[in-house]
Every structure is written in C-alpha cells, then in structure tokens.
Design a binder for this molecule. Sequence first.
Ligand code: GCU
Length: 614
Amino acid sequence: MIDIKALTLKLLCSCILLVLMVNLGLCQTPLLQNVYNHDITSLDGKWQTIIDPYENGFYNYRYEPFEYQSDPGNGAFFTNAKAKSKTDLVEYDFDKSETLDVPGDWNTQKDQLFYYEGSLWYKKSFDYDLKKADNKLFIYFEASNYQTDVYFNGKKLGRHIGGFTPFNYELTDLLKPTDNFIIVKVDNKRKKEGVPTLNTDWWNYGGLTRNVKLVEVPKTYIADYSIQLDPENDQNIKCTISINGELPAAFPVTVEIPELRIKETLTPNVNGQVTTTMKANQLSYWSVESPKLYTVNISTAEETVTDQIGFRTIETKGSDILLNGKSIFLKGISIHEENPIRGGRAHSKADASQLLQWAKELGCNYVRLAHYPHNEHMVRLADEMGMLVWEENPVYWTIDWENPDTYANAENQLTEVINRDKNRASVIIWSMANETPRSDARNIFLNKLAAHTRNLDPSRLISAALEQKDYNGQKEVRTIDDAFADVVDILSFNQYIGWYDGLVDKTSRISWVITQDKPVIISEFGAGAKYGYHADQDTRWTEEYQAHLYAETLNMIGKIDQLRGVSPWILVDFRSPRRVLPEIQDGWNRKGLISEKGEKKQAFYTLRDWYSQR
Ligand code: GCU
C-alpha cells in the first residue's frame, strides 16, 4: 500500500531542496576553461527586457517566490507566459517590451536607467541544433552584476552572486530544436552583506555587462586545465586536465606543445583527472620584454582545445620581487573597468586594448585592475603585451566580516577568477582586499581568503591594500600597522598625503619605516584635476596641483628602501556617485591622468618621465 501522504511530503521536500540548492548556486556547473576556443555561439545583441523594481515577476502578491509554487501561473516572468484565449490574464509580454544591448550595463543605455538599482529581466529566444545528438550545450555568462537568476525554457537553472566573474549552466536536457528562451533576472541592488558592500567609490553598473555565449561540447569533454611552470621546479611544466561527462574505459587525452617538442598521451583516472609533469626543454620564459606565448593543444578523439600560454616564475626574496629570477620594479597604474569615451563598463577587446595601450604609453610594465576582476580580454591582452597584472577581489572597505554568507560569497568570487585566469602568465598577484578597517573579524576573514588562495594557486603572490599609521607616535613618520602584513607576500598600501592628508608640501616632511622584510608597493596615491583647469600649483583641482603632487610624492616614496612598485590612482577619470562637486566633478572621480574624453593631463607626463628613468 503506497503512503501517498509520505510520498507527497518527500516530493515537496526534494522540490524545495532543489530550489534552495539552485538559489545557493550549488547547481552551477564547474566553470568551463577557455571558452573562446570551444565551439561557441554568441548570444550578444538585442535582448527583450522588463524593468521590475518591485520584483513583481519574481514574487506573488504575498511576497512568495513564484518558483517555490508548484504552479507559478501567469504572474512569473520566467515562464514567458502568453495569453492563449481572449479571457486569459497575462500582465507582461517580453516580445512587445523594449530591448537592451548585451553585453553592456543598463545605466548607460537608457537615461531612465542611469541611476537604476533594482531588478531587470532579460529574455533571448533561439533555435539550436546540436552538431551531434549526444553533445552537451552550456550557456556561459562572462559576468552579470550583481545577483543573477537564470531560467531556461521556464525552468530555474541557478542563481549566481557576484558582479565580475564568469559562470555557466548546462542546457542540454531542456534544449528544443526551436523556440528556446533564456530568461535572466539581474538585480544590482547594493547590500550590506554583499561583496562589495553598500559603499564603494565607483558606479554601480547593473546588467549583463559582458558577453553571453552558448558553448557546445562532446558528451565527454575537456572541462578545465592548468598548464604552468612547476613552482617547485622551473625545469618542468605541471599539467592538470579535467575531463567531464561519461568516461569510457579508454579515453586518451593528448597534450602537445609543438614548439617545445612536447607531446604526451595520457589516460584520465576514474574522476576524469589527468596530471603529468613534462620536461620544459629550453623554453623561452614569458617576460615583459619578451612575452613569449606557446601554442598548447589539448585533444581527445572528440575535440581539440587550443590555448596560448606563457611560462614564467614569480616569487619574492626579502624585499625583491623576482620575475624569472630577476628583480623587477613594477611601474604601474590603477585601472577601473570603464570605457570612459563610450561610457559604462568596459567589456570588449577594443576596450581592453584602449586601456592597456594608454598604460603602455605611460611606460607601465604592470597594471592594478581595481577593485574587482576585469573582463578576460584584459588579462589575455596583458599576456600578449607583456604587462604584469594585479587582480583584486571586491572585498572593499566596510565588508560584513562576521557574516558567513559574505565570506562564502567572497571566497566563491575569488575562486572563480583564479579558475578563469590560472593559465595567464601576466597575472602575478591576487589581491584579497582594499582599504579594509582593521578588526579581529576582518583579520580572520582575510586570513581564510589568503589560505584558500594559496591552496588553490600556490604559484602566485598575495597582497592587499593594507592600513598604515604614525610610527611610534611620530606625526611625520609612517609605518604599516596591519596584522595582515604578516600574511601577504607583498606589502601594499594606499596613501594620499597631499590630497586627503595635508597639502603637497607635507610630502617633503614625511618618512617611512617598514619593519617587515618584504617588497613594498604603493598601491594608490593621487589627486583630482579637472582637465583644462589651469592655475598655480597650490590651487586644488588644477592640472598643476595634480602634477606637483605626483612629482613630490614620487620623491617621497623613492626614499622607501623596500619600494618595488607603484600603481597611482588612476589611469582615467571614472564615474562615481560620491563625486558631486559642480563644474569640477559632476559625478566623476577626477584623479585620472586622462580625462573621460581621452585627454592627457600634465601629471600623465610627470609619471611617464619618472618611469622612463627607472
Ligand atoms: C581610495 C579607494 C579608491 C578611491 C580613492 C579615492 O583609496 O581605494 O577606490 O576611488 O581612494 O578616494 O579617489
């Protein structure tokens, strides 16, 4: 006799569990590595959209999520409901709604969305025939800010939290040959428990800010790989490959680096893992002067995935940063992910090229990608150009340190960017945080992040913009005062003497005592200047003031013996709701060396000259 009541209860529980798992992102499929070189179909272009500030398409009038209802009815936007008869009640219609371009933040596409912080729905329909009946199909989002709920043909695939890292879901089992529809709810509301939290000094661009693509792979496919010099022995290349899907008994995987005359065929273990160490015969190291990239082919009977990978070592020794065993000074600049001339979030290869070309013109060999992971074009182009990179997790200012969900969110975002960029030679530093107020809870949070990072990627250096204070109570002697300094490989801190802290003449009176035997990077200094505003060098907001501060600051920091790098704040003026001084800021942070119209200020040349002499 079947106990219907018990069975129904069991079914209901498993439904709720599944929805919870999906909403906690537990159903997210492992990140596909290097999607550029898989079989992709772009979903970029016009998507239909519905602005939904009350989340009326997600909750019923009792504020219960439609997706928890066994029958969501015609109110849920993710079902793409249509009136089937003259009596049917449906109060939305994507097909008659306005569109937005994807990729692209919504703020700079429509005036009414400029300051919008809330939920907005996107819909895209497509037909799709798998090239082989038993292939698999994924949808890959390069980024979506901030909380993203993804539905395919009316079914919930998952929820991703974090505005700057990629994620993907499998579509195969729900795929139809025609009339497929993907519906995405993106919510960019800032939250106390978020990462970043409520207060930042940048524009909260919302939406599908980067490319969206379909990725077709064989039923047994190359899901992930790490191919890097062995941090323990730079004569060897360590190679780990993950094969996902049904694994037949014999499934040889070949990894080949033709220029190094390396070709090995290996058999995955029961978990689909392939690991090997290969002799790196006379390889040319990747470096700033000579950014050598090798073609790497990973192939199975079903597919070949190709990548361009550079091989180099990065380490610290006392106060030195050693690239391929040689001490290097990081001549850098901080960059926000914004295309100032078009406006809005940068997302394309052309945007990356513009920003990194400006950095190159400045004489940089290094960029600090603040304050969150930038799009993958930036790090791939940095690989090609020979530009070293600091990538940063958006653990910024007053994070909710004691909230375990906040920590899990921060750790997940860091994991996603490490997984995406682990094969990029240009990336040398993972930054855990920026300017975070000291406390026991904050130290525990950051120490856990650092330990997680070292476990995931022992080959790169760890840093963070640390806190500082007067040394032994001496007002004009500064030192780093931050417990996290004992954990990081590189001591970095932001300092604004001459802008927030006194005037420019104060720089001549300041000295620094750094007690730790580690390299030092000044991760920020700078001053605001409105391009074209000229007066004497003591007049704030003029180009002359900014250039004078640069010259005096460079003299001051030059006295720090352990100084091994600097990334002044910032390459280009950028939008910030915090910056509202009429006629000068007008919603822009003016610390750029270049204006939002691409005009170079005097300080650009001050810094370029200083770099040219190092
Ligand atoms: C801080 C912060 C930046 C901010 C800058 C400024 O150091 O790290 O995000 O934009 O100072 O005040 O301009």
